[in-house]
Design a protein around this ligand. Structure first.
Ligand code: ATP
Length: 147
């Protein structure tokens, strides 16, 4: 088996809105039974916050503006075809919803939906993204109460 290891950098976003007095965030379903945050590869020369906005727009159909950086997650995965082991780092940003439409999400994404934050935390498939959603809830609360 090949021992090739490659670093991969992506960026994504927790896009937020308030509906009926509660925080809602958008999740995507990239494959059956999986719910995740929108994200994608950082292109050459692109800043991570720009990637986050672009990927949120492509994968959810929603537009947002960056409020803050939330942090990053990391994980390892193996591409079965390429026989490469990837060590992946994903920067996540908090975004405030400004427009767009969920129906315009990328055809590669099975579904894109708003979820109340608590439901999103339960629904999210990856532990690291669940933690990022907890961080987003706290950051949004602080952002909302700023004078
Ligand atoms: P990107 O959205 O950055 O373009 P991708 O869609 O090509 O990436 P990933 O979402 O990184 O690929 O998925 C590659 C593998 O890693 C899949 O098997 C997926 O299930 C797994 N994976 C995705 N996110 C996580 C995570 N947060 N923790 C652990 N494994 C993950």
């Amino acid at each position: 088996m090949s021992r090739k290891v490659r670093i991969q950098k992506s960026a994504g976003g927790v896009i937020c809105r308030e509906a009926n007095g509660q925080l809602e965030v958008a999740l995507i379903s990239p494959k059956p039974e999986v719910w995740a945050l929108p994200k994608g590869i950082v292109e050459k020369g692109e800043k991570a916050d720009r990637t986050a906005r672009r990927e949120v727009a492509e994968e959810t159909g929603l537009e947002g503006e960056i409020i803050d950086k939330l942090g990053y997650i990391e994980y390892w995965y193996r591409d079965p075809q390429e026989k490469i082991l990837y060590h992946k780092f994903v920067d996540f940003f908090l975004l405030g919803h400004t427009g767009g439409n969920l129906h315009r999400h990328d055809a590669e994404v099975l579904s894109a939906r708003w979820y109340p934050i608590q439901e999103a935390i339960q629904k999210a498939s990856y532990d690291t993204e669940r933690q990022m959603l907890e961080k987003a809830r706290e950051a949004w609360r602080k952002h909302r109460t700023q004078p």
